[in-house]
Design a protein around this ligand. Structure first.
Ligand code: LLP
Length: 453
C-alpha cells in the first residue's frame, strides 16, 4: 500500500544521520553519545537488555498524537469523538492510554473487544466494526454494552435487531456507507469505492434502504452514518469530497424520513511519513478539512450539525514505533547488491512484501554517522520475498550492529505471524528515561500452547 506522496528517490548513499531522520522517528528521538535514543532510553542498551528483534514504542509520541487529534478536531466543533482504531496496534497498555486520554476505541473483532474489556475500557466509548461480525461477536457486544455497532449488511442488521430485541435492549447503531469516492492510496485498501466488500453503496439506493430498515427495526437505535475511504491518505481533498457526498445523503434522509442523523463518523486514513520525501498533512489541517467541512456542508443543506467521530489508527502509532534488529550477516554480491540479514523479517513486518512499503533505516549504534552505503535489509525467513527494506541508505554496516527500522508502530505487530515458528518480538514502551515490556517476547512454549498431542 502506502503509495508515497513523492516518488521514491533513487537509492544512493544519502549521507544522512539520525538527525535528518527526525520526520519519521518518534518525537523524543535524539542522538546520545553516537547512539539513537528514544524516550530518553539508549536503544542500543535497550536492545542488549531486551534482546532483538524488539518493537520499541514511545509513550510521549502516542499520547501527543491522541491529544493533537482531540485538540484539532474539537477546536472546530465540541462534539467530536476521537476513536483510536485498535487494528493499527493494540495491547492492554495501549488501550489504557487511549482511555486515559479521553478517547474512544474502534474494535473490529471479538478479540479486540476482549482486550478492551480486560483493560477496563469504558464500554460506552466502544465502536464495533467489521463486515462480517459473527453472531457470537454480536452477542459479546450486547453483553458488554458497547456504545455503537457499525452495521455493515442487511443480514447483520436483521440479526442484531433480533438479538437486541430478545434481550430487551435498544442498541445504538451507525450504518457503514460506501460513498463511492476513491482515496489516493493503494488499491488493496480502498474501502470507500463502490466496488467494496464494506458497507451499503450510496449510488445503488442500498444506503437509503438500509437507513429506512434500521429506523423501522426493533432493538436498533439509528444514530447515524459511518464511512472510511481508505488509509495512508495524503490528499485531504479526498476527505472533503466524501464529506460533500455523505452530507448530501444526510439531507436526503431528512427529506425522505424526517429523521435527523445524530452522528457522522468519517473513519480514519490520515497518512504518515514513512520515507523522507513523504509530506503528510498535519492533524491540524485534517481537523479543519473534516470538521469544518461537515459543518459547512450541513449549513449549505440547512441541517443541524451532527456529533462527529474520526477514527485514526496509523497516524497515532506509526511514527511512535521503531523495530530494532541485530545484524547477523552482510552479504555483498559484487555488482548487484548488498544484503544485510537481520533477526526478524516478514513475521514482524509483512508490509514490505505485502504492499511494497518503504521504510527508512539506520544503524542505532552509529546514529550520528552518515548513511554512506545502500543495502537491502533481509529477514531470516525461508522466502526470497522476505525483505524488510529494499535499497536502504545505511551507515557502514558490521555484523552485530543494531539496525533500526523507523515508523513501524502501526500494522506491523498487529499483522505479525509465527511463520517458520518464529517467536514474535515483544513491545518495549519507553518513557522519560526508562523502558518496560508492554507485550513480552514470545517463547517456544507460547508457540506450542494450542497444540494438542
Ligand atoms: N476505521 C476503519 C473502519 C478502518 O477500516 C480503518 C483501517 C481505520 C479506521 C484506521 O485507518 P488508519 O487511520 O490507520 O488509516 N494493513 C494496512 C492498513 C489497513 C487499514 C484498514 N482499516 C497497512 O498496513 O497499511
Amino acid at each position: 500500500m502506502a503509495k508515497p506522496s513523492a516518488p521514491r528517490p533513487p537509492a544512493t548513499p544519502d549521507l544522512k544521520t539520525a538527525h535528518d531522520l527526525e520526520p519519521v522517528l518518534p518525537m523524543t528521538a535524539e542522538v546520545c553519545d553516537g547512539h539513537l535514543c528514544i524516550g530518553g532510553v539508549d536503544t542500543v542498551t535497550l536492545a542488549r537488555e531486551a534482546g532483538t528483534a524488539v518493537y520499541v514504542m514511545d509513550e510521549a509520541t502516542i499520547r501527543h498524537q491522541l491529544r493533537e487529534y482531540v485538540k484539532w478536531t474539537t477546536y472546530h466543533w465540541e462534539h467530536v469523538a476521537v476513536v483510536y482504531a485498535g487494528k493499527a496496534f493494540m495491547s492492554l497498555a495501549m488501550v489504557k492510554m487511549v482511555a486515559e486520554e479521553g478517547c474512544c476505541l474502534d474494535v473490529s473483532s471479538g478479540g479486540e473487544l476482549a482486550f478492551a474489556r480486560r483493560a477496563g475500557f469504558p464500554m460506552e466509548r466502544i465502536y464495533v466494526h467489521g463486515n462480517n461480525k459473527t453472531p457470537a461477536e454480536l452477542a459479546e457486544c450486547l453483553e458488554a454494552g458497547v456504545g455503537r455497532i457499525v452495521v455493515d449488511s442487511f443480514e447483520e442488521m436483521e440479526r442484531l435487531s433480533a438479538m437486541a430485541a430478545e434481550r430487551g435492549v435498544s442498541q445504538r447503531v451507525l450504518l457503514r456507507i460506501t460513498p463511492g469516492v476513491e482515496a489516493d492510496t493503494h488499491d488493496f485498501i480502498i474501502t470507500g469505492a463502490e466496488d467494496s466488500k464494506f458497507g451499503f453503496g450510496l449510488n445503488q439506493g442500498l444506503a437509503m434502504q438500509a437507513v429506512e430498515r434500521a429506523i423501522a427495526l426493533p432493538g436498533l437505535d439509528f444514530d447515524g452514518l459511518h464511512m472510511h475511504i481508505g488509509s495512508q491518505i495524503f490528499a485531504l481533498h479526498s476527505f472533503a469530497k466524501a464529506i460533500e457526498v455523505i452530507v448530501e445523503f444526510i439531507a436526503e434522509i431528512k427529506g425522505r424520513t424526517g429523521v435527523e442523523v445524530r452522528m457522522l463518523d468519517t473513519g480514519g486514513g490520515l497518512g504518515i511519513a514513512y520515507g523522507l520525501p513523504d509530506e503528510p498533512s498535519t492533524i491540524k489541517d485534517y481537523g479543519k478539512v473534516v470538521v469544518d467541512g461537515i459543518k459547512e456542508e450541513c449549513e449549505r443543506h440547512g441541517l443541524t450539525v451532527p456529533a462527529m467521530a474520526v477514527e485514526p489508527g496509523r497516524s497515532i502509532v506509526a511514527n511512535a514505533g521503531v523495530t530494532l534488529y541485530t545484524v547477523g550477516s552482510v552479504k555483498e554480491i559484487p555488482g548487484i547488491r548488498t544484503y544485510v540479514a537481520v533477526d526478524g523479517g516478514m513475521s514482524d513486518n509483512i508490509r514490505t512484501s505485502l504492499y511494497d512499503a518503504h521504510y527508512e533505516a539506520l544503524i542505532a549504534n552509529k546514529a550520528d554517522q552518515p548513511r554512506e552505503m545502500v543495502a537491502t535489509v533481509a529477514g531470516k525467513h525461508c522466502e526470497s520475498g522476505d525483505i524488510v527494506v529494499n535499497d536502504a541508505p545505511l551507515q557502514h554496516v558490521d555484523v552485530g550492529d543494531i539496525l533500526c527500522v523507523c515508523a513501524t508502530g502501526a500494522y506491523c505487530q498487529s499483522m505479525s505471524s509465527n511463520y517458520n515458528k518464529q517467536v514474535r518480538p515483544g513491545v518495549a514502551l519507553v518513557n522519560e528515561g526508562s523502558w518496560r515490556w508492554i507485550v513480552r517476547r514470545e517463547t517456544y512454549d507460547d508457540l506450542m500452547k494450542c497444540d494438542v498431542e
